[in-house]
Design a protein around this ligand. Sequence first.
Ligand SMILES: O=P(O)(O)OC[C@H]1O[C@H](OP(=O)(O)OP(=O)(O)O)[C@H](O)[C@@H]1O
Ligand SMILES: O=C(O)c1cc(=O)[nH]c(=O)[nH]1
Ligand SMILES: [Mg+2]
Length: 192
Amino acid sequence: MQTSDVLDIFRSAGAVLEGHFILTSGLRSPTFLQKARVFMHADKTEVLCKALADKIRADVAGDIDYVVGPAIGGLIPAYETSRHLKVPAIWVEREQGTFRLRRFEIEKGARVVIVEDIVTTGLSIRETIACLAELGAEVVAAACIIDRSAGKTDVGVPLIALAEYEVPAYPADQLPPELAAIPAVKPGSRNI
Ligand SMILES: O=P(O)(O)OC[C@H]1O[C@H](OP(=O)(O)OP(=O)(O)O)[C@H](O)[C@@H]1O
Ligand SMILES: O=C(O)c1cc(=O)[nH]c(=O)[nH]1
Ligand SMILES: [Mg+2]
């Protein structure tokens, strides 16, 4: 599956939004990929996650014990990707702002692939790795549907992206005038 196929699916779901968005990293962007508008369609989600599972299988040597999704955005793609990989899917969720594995136990040495929806700075994946490392799990790779950094972010483990799509993002104090003129909205769930 090519980047253009992935973007076609996002566009067909009305998931490529234009405006002024506050990202989870605090960066600002004129474009937001509202993945929830894709994941509301099981057929579109299945196509994307089957392709991502194929890529993970091709890239990861050895067994995978769990897929881990960072809530909320990672829940649905992690679950659907795990279905194709035939391994259990569990998730981390924020407790007072920090990702925790609140509902599950994981064995020390368990081999994990993190499955995310979108990567911008890789912050959320690094936070997920920190949580899993503290529990003694081994994160063998991370994967995502779309990498907005187009391969530039380093999460500390191999990052397997179904699509790479570079989108501008700016520090809040360095906004271009056309972006500064639009009221900002924050669609994600961090800090709520
Ligand atoms: O690479 P990063 O800079 O961390 O950005 C990507 C993250 O941002 C979004 O999550 P967000 O915290 O906005 O909440 P959500 O999962 O509820 O959408 C998205 O789901 C990724 O987890
Ligand atoms: O960086 C983010 O927070 C982010 C960007 C994006 O396009 N979509 C998303 O859900 N989160
Ligand atoms: Mg998220």
